[in-house]
Design a binder for this molecule. Structure first.
Ligand SMILES: [Zn+2]
Length: 58
């Protein structure tokens, strides 16, 4: 995964599991400090991630 902001190739990738079938990746670029979330190849806004976390919580 390359940074969409600056093109750095060594971005930090952290996998998050919200529920059985809900997995997200959090990416963080150490060069430009861009941060973003990805689910199934789709970029998510932080508000969408929070909404997803709220809906999957039991
Ligand atoms: Zn970057």
């Amino acid at each position: 995964m390359d940074c969409p902001q600056c093109g750095a190739k060594d971005v930090i990738e952290i996998k998050h599991r919200l529920a059985d079938h809900v997995e997200l990746y959090f990416f963080s670029c150490h060069r430009c400090e861009e941060r973003w979330w990805d689910r199934n190849g789709q970029k998510l806004a932080l508000t969408e991630v929070l909404e997803l976390a709220r809906r999957t919580r039991r």
